[in-house]
Design a protein around this ligand. Structure first.
Ligand code: SF4
Length: 220
């Protein structure tokens, strides 16, 4: 199986941008643009809260690790998991400093409520795939916690979801290698997009960016 050297690893969290819009992902991860809107700002506050708490906590047969660094050289990605729960189980892995075997389950905290698209689900599945590689275990579930509904949503890690994650990262690696930013495609998501002012969707609907800039060059 193909593996990626560390200097080619992409940010795991980029998959949520990629699923939302390939162009948004490229603007952030290839071109380094980032604009804060209320969605990204509130999302950041939730993540900061999660990452600021004590890093590791043990409650009986449960260990919770917050802000854990995770990676996969098969997918060519790295990132930070909001929380990884380790449940005592014969199907788990050895953990330094703890007796027995522990089965990891990634938990991702999100602002709002479950989305219509697959972006949050694929992000947490990618985290599970990283943990499988790091601990040499099989993981068949992950969780998403949404602050608006204050409830955990269980995600079953199916082979279809694994394939989607793998395909998305393969495509992202290809775009990254080519340095290619996909063109604007106006869609409903553009309204809440944190990069709409950079991407100029309304403008490009009316006229091309090139002709817009050309209009500034015209001499009376
Ligand atoms: S404004 Fe629309 S096309 Fe542009 S990056 Fe955002 S979602 Fe994508």
């Amino acid at each position: 199986m193909k593996t990626y050297p560390e200097n080619e690893w992409l940010m795991l969290s980029g998959i949520q941008h990629y699923v939302f819009c390939k162009r948004q992902w490229a603007l952030i991860h290839l071109e380094g643009e980032w604009q804060e809107n209320f969605l990204t700002t509130e999302g950041k506050i939730i993540h900061e809260r999660v990452h600021n708490e004590d890093l590791t906590e043990k409650r009986g047969d449960l260990i919770i690790c917050r802000g854990m660094r995770i990676f996969s050289d098969k997918l060519g990605i790295s990132g930070v998991s909001d929380a990884v729960e380790f449940h005592k189980s014969e199907e788990g892995a050895l953990l330094a400093g703890y007796d027995g075997f522990w089965r990891p389950i990634p938990i991702e905290y999100k602002h709002g409520k479950p989305k219509a698209d697959h972006s949050d689900i694929l992000q947490v599945v990618a985290q599970a795939m990283c943990l499988e590689e790091m601990f040499c275990v099989n993981i068949n579930e992950a969780c998403l916690f949404y602050d608006k509904i204050h409830r955990r949503e269980k995600v079953e890690i199916t082979s279809e979801l694994r394939e989607e994650v793998q395909k998305a990262f393969e495509e992202m690696h290809q775009y990254f290698k080519r340095g290619y930013t996909p063109k604007v495609k106006i869609k409903k998501a553009c309204k809440s997009c944190s990069l709409k002012d950079v991407c100029l969707p309304e403008l490009t609907k009316r006229q091309s960016v090139a002709s817009y800039y050309e209009s500034f060059m015209e001499v009376d």
